[in-house]
Design a protein around this ligand. Sequence first.
Ligand code: PMV
Length: 334
Amino acid sequence: MVKASAPGKCILFGEHAVVYGQPAVACSINQRIIVELEEETKFDSWRLDGAILNLSKHPHIRFLRDNLWPEGQNPPLKIRIRGTLPPASGLGSSAALSVALVAALQQLRQEELNPGIAGSLSHQAEAFAQGGRASPIDTTTSALGGFIVLSDTIERSLNHIGERTLQNQDDSTTWQLHSFESKIPEDTYLVIGNTGIRGSTSKQVSKVAALLSEEPERQVEIEAIGSIARKGIKALRTGNMELVGKAMTENHIVLRSLGVSSPELERLIKAAAPSSLGVKLTGSGGGGCMIALTKDPERTVGAIEMEGGRAFISPFNTPGVRIETLSSQDNSRQ
Ligand code: PMV
């Protein structure tokens, strides 16, 4: 048996504005997806958690299988998925699943773990699963861990780690990827609060597009998010947590004004604010999750849960994809 895991992510700054070329910053969180793989000896197909793998329900798994082996030459496998990352909540669970699966497949094929390849292959798998469109922020953050900045242009002050291009039928999109080192004090945490409501990324993106086409002057808000994101990155790099928190709250105010918050998100944000340095929605909004930057994480979790949200604490700089060692329990299951 082989076992690999990969983290989820949250967006700290820049969601929505990134669609219009502004920078966005994501960081890995300590909630992970774990993938276990074993060669299947009883059946000749791939099985997922004990049942025959339904390829139309898991197009990204299909993409990875078909890309890693020549047609029809893949060995039968048993896949088991576990983890603590809630699905469909904007925390990158499908990206983390793809990244962990590529790492486990690399190990099964006796190849060395290659987070760069795991990230780029998973990005292609996500794009395949989402009808040709997916930004590489979730897959890159999950593969590499830490802080990842996505932008239309190369940001000179950051560590440029590469570019990704997606070719569609009639156009192509290129993103520049960057990382940076941060000086975050160890006593500062992220608390992630989940409304439990599924937001639809495409619906929220269309809502902002409609607003900008009806009121083109609102483009200044997109640019405002871009400058807040740049300010936020600078504060993260120098470890000025008060400034990071302030920038997060400012970013949220602009997102709310663009219409992508929701009453449920606002309730959790209001509850978390008194014990936090900064609060905002994360991801596409309309539901999904909010984040709080805090030095008193237990109090923030309590406040969010009092308002009916589910909350968990994550430190910063959690590792990207990794191979997990097998426990004695795993060995006895083999
Ligand atoms: O909720 P998520 O993690 O899918 O975040 C979407 C981020 C957007 O900027 C709203 C859309 C995008 O493609 O970047």
